[in-house]
Design a protein around this ligand. Structure first.
Ligand code: SAM
Length: 240
């Protein structure tokens, strides 16, 4: 998969793209990420990308021409990439959306700054608007990193053990079960006996039960009011 990011702060991606799973995925050629400085697509000597809003009011608005130029040039002439504007007004990113995006060959991520981006950018060169949650950040860079990290976990080969991704929270409609490692006792709290029993059927059953319990306790909304959630809950109960 190839991802192009357009931002006025390309430097913030440097460490992120070199570290951990993302760094290894890029080194292995499983993922390509190109970060573009929006200011390189301006045609004024000051490389300015913002102006005062029509109608007045606070804050500066990012001008349309550099965005249109950047998105079109970065998109190229080949098969059209999926162009995403990171925005608090967008559709909320969730596991289903992440898996859908992982099926795309190319993504272009537009990172806004300031008060807003001129609305005509959304109208002319954006396929979807994505939000990482109902709060407002100062820029789209952290949301873009969130998209890259979440999506890359679904590219075959990026996560060493595919079952890690298969068993993660949300995948089965439930949260993940609790995990323990050494030492066996931490401040008087023991690792549950079943996990040291070597009985894999019992361990699997314990994990399913704990996943259901964690979901009921922390995210009952995943089970309630949703036919699939009810089905998952009833299947998990029947397996006990
Ligand atoms: N005035 C805008 C509003 O209220 O909808 C918020 C602009 S915000 C200060 C600047 C940029 O940060 C946005 O253009 C967007 O790219 C990014 N951003 C902020 N919060 C975000 C969120 N929750 N999800 C995705 N992007 C976000």
């Amino acid at each position: 998969m190839r991802v192009d990011v357009i931002t006025i702060f390309p430097a913030v991606f440097r460490e992120f793209l070199g570290a951990s799973l993302i760094g290894r995925a890029i080194a292995a050629g499983l993922l390509e990420v190109q970060v573009h400085d929006l200011r390189d697509y301006t045609d004024d000597p000051h490389r300015s990308v913002d102006d005062e809003p029509y109608g007045g009011g606070g804050g500066m608005v990012m001008t349309a021409p550099p965005w249109l130029h950047a998105v079109r040039l970065v998109s190229g002439d080949g098969p059209p990439p999926h162009r995403i504007l990171l925005s608090p007004q967008g559709e909320r990113l969730d596991d289903a959306r992440v898996r859908g995006l992982a099926g795309e060959e190319r993504l272009v991520l537009l990172c806004g700054r300031y008060e807003a981006i001129d609305e005509r950018v959304r109208m002319l060169v954006v396929d979807s608007e994505l939000s990482i949650g109902d709060y407002v950040l100062s820029g789209g860079e952290v949301p873009a990193m969130t998209v890259i990290e979440a999506v890359s976990r679904h590219i075959p080969g990026v996560v060493g053990r595919p079952e890690s991704v298969e068993n993660e929270s949300f995948r089965s409609g439930l949260l993940d079960h609790p995990h323990y490692t050494r030492p066996r006792t931490v401040e008087g709290i023991e690792v549950p006996d079943v996990l040291r029993s070597g009985d894999h059927a019992s361990i699997d059953a314990w994990r399913r039960e704990q996943a259901l319990e964690a979901t009921r306790r922390k995210r009952p909304d995943l089970l309630a009011g949703d036919a699939r959630g009810q089905e998952v809950a009833s299947k998990a109960s029947n397996r006990r």
